[in-house]
Design a protein around this ligand. Structure first.
Ligand code: ADP
Length: 153
C-alpha cells in the first residue's frame, strides 16, 4: 500500500491545496491529509472547522483520509504507515523553505518528500491571503472551496 501524508495548517484549505491533492491521487493508494496542530500558533478557523472544511471537499473519496496531529511530521508518517510526504511548491521561497526539511526527513527518518509544482493559475493562492481578506471583510470565495465560510470573529 503506497501511502502519503499531506501535512499543513490548512487555515483554511484553498483551491491550491485541492489541486495538489487531486493531482497526487494517481501516484498513491491513499493520501492522509494531516492538520498539524502547534499549541503556540493562533489559527483563524478552529481545528473542528478545518477538519469539516476538508472532509466536505473529499467526501466520497475513499482514497483520502483527513485527521490532525501534533509533533513531528515524520512521527506522524510512522504512525500512519506512510512512506512519503506530499508538498506543493509555488515559488522559490517555498523551495528554499522545503529543501532542508525534506533533506533532513530523508536522512533522519527515511521518509521522502514528493513535490508537485502548483498550477500557474493557482500559485498566487495562500491561506494567509485568505486570512487577510477574511480579517478585512474581503471576498475570498473564488480561491477556496465552498465549505470554507467566513470565520466566527
Ligand atoms: P504549512 O503551514 O505547513 O505551510 P499550508 O497549509 O500553508 O501549511 O500548506 C500546506 C502545503 O500546501 C504546502 O506544501 C504548501 O506549499 C502547499 N500549498 C499551499 N498553497 C498552495 C498553492 N496555492 N498551490 C500549491 N500548493 C500550495
Amino acid at each position: 500500500m503506497k501511502r502519503a501524508i499531506f501535512p499543513g495548517s490548512f487555515d483554511p484549505i484553498t483551491l491550491g491545496h485541492i489541486d495538489i491533492i487531486e493531482r497526487a491521487l494517481p501516484l498513491f493508494d491513499e493520501i492522509v491529509i494531516g492538520i498539524g496542530v502547534n499549541a503556540e500558533k493562533n489559527y483563524m478557523w478552529s481545528l473542528e472547522d478545518r477538519l469539516q472544511q476538508i472532509r466536505n471537499c473529499f467526501k466520497g473519496h475513499s482514497q483520502i483520509k483527513v485527521t490532525s496531529f501534533t509533533g513531528l511530521t515524520a512521527e506522524f508518517c510512522k504512525e500512519q504507515g506512510a512512506g512519503y510526504i506530499l508538498r506543493g511548491l509555488r515559488n522559490t521561497a517555498d523551495f528554499s523553505y522545503e529543501q532542508t526539511i525534506a533533506q533532513a526527513n530523508e536522512k533522519v527518518n527515511g521518509v521522502d518528500t514528493i513535490f508537485l509544482m502548483s498550477a500557474p493559475e493557482l500559485s498566487f493562492i495562500s491561506s494567509s491571503i485568505v486570512r487577510d481578506l477574511a480579517r478585512n471583510q474581503g471576498d475570498f470565495s473564488k480561491i477556496v472551496p465552498p465549505s470554507v465560510q467566513p470565520p466566527a470573529m
